[in-house]
Design a protein around this ligand. Structure first.
Ligand SMILES: Nc1ncnc2c1ncn2[C@@H]1O[C@H](COP(=O)(O)OP(=O)(O)OP(=O)(O)O)[C@@H](O)[C@H]1O
Length: 258
């Protein structure tokens, strides 16, 4: 059940340092939005505010609103753990649970959600691994350690783990930056398929990747070291790459800056 994300007037801090200033943007259900911009402009920080991972860092806080459909994720009585179940995340480095088997990596979140029935578990594990385009490669070695897979397979395992608990949104923080080109293409194909069911936001340093996988692109920038990151513009990806409305965006995507 893909949901719409609506960020308004959002600023994010690390202690006294304002890392993000007054961001507003909307992400429609069943679309892929890419966050691009130079290092330190706050792409990962914004991503982590979308599932309340930002505040895990001591002293970090968020101002403003993040709505998932009509629910304010920072509203009173909202459980951050429940938010993280609804808004799944895949990280830069594949991080399967190292001591767990392939099967258990996918099953772990389902067990936390209280699922006990073995037949249901088997079905959901298979469904999630198929959803992550990994089933055929691992179906005969489900009880082997997840850490024994290749980097690209491990990242697809992490995606299987993330989708197993049926999130509404998938956040991906440079999911291909540790992968070779073939594994990168496999993940990009997967993102194109997952879009049918999820709202996806991906941080990437790779312009071609943003152009290939996303419907919308958000360009962030910073005025200088120590300054907060700002959203410069968000628009259809084709437009951002062909005819952006801001000069800074054009300079960045044409490689004149950043
Ligand atoms: N845990 C942290 N504690 C303090 N400051 C942080 C922390 N994480 C990030 N920052 C700062 O917040 C700002 C934004 O960082 P962030 O990682 O969001 O940028 P980014 O655009 O994702 O960068 P990159 O492309 O290099 O990953 C930077 O100035 C960074 O130094």
């Amino acid at each position: 059940m893909a949901k719409r994300i609506d960020v308004s007037g959002m600023s994010a801090y690390y202690g006294g340092f304002k890392a993000i200033d007054d961001i507003s943007l909307t992400v429609e259900p069943r679309t892929v939005t890419a966050f691009i911009g130079p290092s330190g402009c706050g792409k990962s920080t914004v991503l982590r505010t979308l599932n309340r991972m930002h505040e895990v860092i001591p002293g970090a806080r968020v101002e403003g609103k993040v709505l998932l459909d009509d629910v304010d994720l920072y509203g009173q009585g909202i459980d951050p753990v429940a938010v993280r179940r609804t808004v799944g995340m895949v990280f830069q480095r594949p991080n399967p649970f190292p001591t767990m088997s392939i099967y258990e990596n996918v099953a772990a979140g389902l067990r936390l959600n209280g699922l006990k029935h073995k037949g249901d578990m088997d079905d959901l594990v298979e469904h999630s691994l198929r959803g992550a385009n990994l089933w055929e490669e691992v179906k005969d070695r489900l009880r082997k350690p997840g850490a024994g897979l290749s980097g690209g397979q491990q990242q697809r395992l992490c995606i299987a783990r993330a989708i197993a608990v049926s999130p509404d949104v998938l956040l991906m923080d440079e999911p291909c930056s540790a992968l070779d080109p073939i594994s990168t293409l496999a993940i990009e194909d997967l993102i194109a398929q997952l879009k049918a069911e999820y709202t996806i936001v991906i941080v990437t340093h790779n312009m071609q990747q943003a152009a290939r996988v996303s419907d919308r692109t958000a360009f962030f920038n910073i005025a200088g070291t120590g300054q907060p990151g700002k959203l410069i513009e968000i628009d259809d990806t084709a437009r951002i790459f062909a005819n952006p409305s801001q000069r800074a965006t054009e300079d960045y995507i044409t490689g004149r800056f950043g």
